[in-house]
Design a protein around this ligand. Structure first.
Ligand code: ADP
Length: 169
């Protein structure tokens, strides 16, 4: 597996799956979630509503992941996962690790070859970016990659990318 640390807008990436830092409702929100829904178009929200109705009536639990189409995005799929709200958890690291690990596992289940992640939980959910990068490093070091050949960590600012490179590079 080849790891790329990139800066930019994740909605522009032509990969097999981009990961959405969703909230438990799966019905959209601000930050990267809002950007993904805007760029994918209304059919993404329709599919998310259907997942809520059929599989997750109480919302998607923190750390779990689901796969949808990507509609108007250049990516082929969107994997929606829910990171922990940093201040709400006594032990947030295993929950953030689960969000990354379950997203990778879902990509592998579908035989995907490339996946791009945003910096899950480090926006509105308040996870310190250094700590989050350490969690990502731990997950990538342990994960048994099979179909996945390319993992992109897509940061939104050059400063966030520099922090990640220092820890993961
Ligand atoms: P969370 O609620 O999980 O904290 P946010 O969307 O608030 O999610 O923030 C997660 C990260 O995504 C932040 O680092 C934010 O700067 C970044 N981000 C926001 N929009 C985009 C985008 N279009 N592409 C990539 N990253 C983005």
């Amino acid at each position: 597996m080849k790891l790329e640390i990139a800066v930019g807008d994740i909605t522009k990436l032509r990969v097999d799956a981009i990961v959405n830092a969703a909230n438990r409702s799966l019905l959209g929100g601000g930050g990267v979630d809002g950007a993904i829904h805007r760029a994918a178009g209304p059919r993404l929200l329709q599919e998310c509503r259907e997942i809520r109705r059929t599989r997750h009536p109480d919302g998607l639990p923190v750390g779990q992941a689901v796969l949808t189409g990507a509609y108007d995005l250049p990516a082929k799929h969107v994997i929606h996962t829910v990171g922990p709200v940093f201040a709400a958890e006594r032990d947030p690291a295993p929950l953030l690790a689960a969000a990354y690990r379950n997203s990778l596992a879902l990509a592998e289940e579908h035989g995907l070859r490339s996946i791009a992640f945003p910096a899950i939980s480090t926006g509105v959910y308040g996870y310190p970016r250094e700590d989050a990068a350490q969690v990502v490093k731990g997950v990538l070091a342990k994960f048994a990659f099979k179909s996945l050949e390319r993992v992109v960590l897509c940061y939104f600012s050059p400063d966030d990318k520099a922090v990640a490179e220092r820890i993961l590079g």
